[in-house]
Design a binder for this molecule. Structure first.
Ligand code: SAH
Ligand code: SF4
Ligand code: F3S
Length: 469
């Protein structure tokens, strides 16, 4: 049994992290014969990609996936800690599974992901959810085969969560959701420690993957016919800083651009590490898409300081203006309302910067208190009703600008990576280079390729169009 510890999770040393290579032990290879698993994933792209690795390992052990939880021999929850509602959803699910387990005592239940790294969650599991078979954290997903093996032998709750700066594990099998677009991790963890955020504790130290490992993965994807890669990290702009003296995200993008993969995206950018070289590289290479997700969080300098974001609204605007010089660029953001002590004036500063930036779209959130983060100690005397009102007001403004930018696209032709049949009858769907969802009439033979589409109608969250042959 190994339980999480925040002091250890906070530690950051200069030491190089270990790089391990995954290998499936022979004794686990047939563990899944005639057995099914159900996997539920919460949270960000990082977790979605971890789930692709989890599925890859399960497939290598011969397990079959089922989408019916009640039929499954193994149930796994890959959880997220970012806000309280992500927590509540996972605990709600555990409640349902508890009933199921009473009826089917042999079903094996595992929990992993960011919640597993939380001290309070583990305490609650030990008290209320002892029916779980195993828990593992974000640092040891490669332990899944071993933990499954042990659970099939022995029904006691086994908790294996490490709070450490983190390793890098290469060569974990992967079972990707899409045949056309793929996630590729380039940097793990986060060292920014924004005061509201739990990620630096759940994901460990910022650590870059070696460029040769990333390039090999992308080259293999090109060989397999993939059209798009999204390079993933909590702060991709910090890529290379912990590993190389003179090789940054801009250099990595240049090298990946040379593989001729048609589309390269990267997520998420922190304004702090955005270099001019990176802006140039985005501008000058067609397959590096003109799309930047640049979370601002707040437009008030006072709140940005309390959040520990390390930039001011003026610096953000300066960077924003430089990025807007790139023709047809799409810029999206994340914003938190109701941070402790946020006054109406602070909130007005946020609305003001939204009016300035006219973001293509934004994810907006009400501040959520997270265990062990510094912001939890700040006095928070704004009522939830007031916070909700601010969120509605902000969303109205964001949606207005989303619609405005989308309306400008009507009548023009954009390249869309066609992903499949749309929910709208008789239509296909895909995304533009700037990541806008398009439903359109076209030929299904084009699924998996890039198709020019003329936009006929715009809404706040999607576009309608028709394929141009
Ligand atoms: N690494 C990324 C964001 C990761 S989390 C970055 O720094 O930009 C995704 C978003 O969740 C954040 O941008 C933030 O807007 C939101 N978020 C994080 N912690 C939160 C909290 N405690 N309450 C509300 N929203 C939060
Ligand atoms: Fe969280 Fe800040 Fe790191 Fe983003 S940069 S993951 S918000 S601590
Ligand atoms: Fe959630 Fe962890 Fe991602 S907290 S947002 S799953 S890094």
């Amino acid at each position: 049994m190994q339980i999480p510890n925040y002091e250890a999770a906070r530690k950051r040393s200069k030491e190089q992290v270990a790089i391990k290579k995954f290998k499936l032990d022979k004794k686990y290879q047939n563990l899944g014969v005639q057995k099914t698993y159900y996997l539920k994933t919460y949270g960000c792209q990082m977790n979605e990609h971890d789930s692709e690795n989890i599925k890859g390992m399960l497939k290598a052990m011969d397990f079959q996936e089922t989408f019916d939880m009640e039929q499954a021999d193994i149930i796994l929850l890959n959880t997220c800690s970012i806000r309280e509602n992500a927590h509540n959803k996972a605990f709600g699910m555990l409640g349902r599974i508890k009933h199921l387990k009473a009826l089917k005592p042999n079903v094996i239940v595992g929990l992993c992901g960011c919640m597993a790294q939380e001290v309070g969650v583990i305490e609650e599991i030990k008290k209320k959810y002892r029916f779980l078979n195993f828990v593992f954290g974000t640092h040891n997903i490669d332990d899944l085969p071993k933990l499954l093996y042990q659970s099939l032998q022995n029904k006691n709750l086994n908790i294996e969560v490490f709070s450490k700066e983190g390793d890098i594990v290469e060569d974990i099998p992967v079972n990707r959701e899409s045949k056309y677009k793929a996630y590729v991790n380039i940097i793990y963890g986060c060292d920014k420690f924004c005061t509201y955020c739990i990620v630096p504790y759940t994901r460990g130290k910022q650590r870059s993957r070696r460029k040769e490992d990333i390039l090999k993965e992308v080259k293999d994807l090109v060989r397999d016919g993939y059209q798009e890669v999204t390079l993933l990290g909590q702060n991709v702009n910090a890529y290379g800083k912990d590993l190389y003296n003179d090789y940054e995200l801009a250099d990595l993008l240049l090298d990946i651009s040379k593989t001729n993969i048609p589309r390269i995206r990267f997520l998420t950018s922190h304004p702090w590490d955005f270099t001019d070289k990176l802006i140039e590289v985005i501008k000058n290479h067609d397959n590096i898409l003109n799309f930047v997700h640049l979370p601002i969080q707040s437009g008030s300098n006072r709140i940005l300081k309390l959040m520990g974001r390390r930039y001011t609204r003026e610096l953000y605007k300066e960077l924003y203006d430089k990025l807007r010089m790139i023709p047809n660029i799409s810029i999206t953001t994340d914003i938190i309302v109701g941070f402790p002590g946020e006054t109406e004036e602070d909130f007005q500063d946020t609305l003001d910067i939204v009016n300035y930036c006219k973001f293509d779209s934004a994810f907006t959130f009400i501040y959520s208190k997270r265990e062990n983060t510094p912001a939890i100690r700040l006095k928070d005397d704004i009522t939830i009703t007031e916070k909700e009102k601010r969120l509605y007001r902000l969303n109205d403004l964001i949606n207005k600008y989303s619609l405005e930018t989308n309306l400008k696209m009507v009548g023009k032709v954009y390249n869309v990576l066609v992903e499949g049949f749309s929910n709208k009858e008789g239509m296909l769907f895909g995304y533009t280079e700037t990541n806008k969802l398009v439903n359109f009439q076209g030929n299904e033979a084009k699924i998996g390729s890039i198709q020019p589409v003329k936009i006929l109608e715009a809404k706040s969250f999607s576009l309608d169009g028709v394929a141009i042959e």
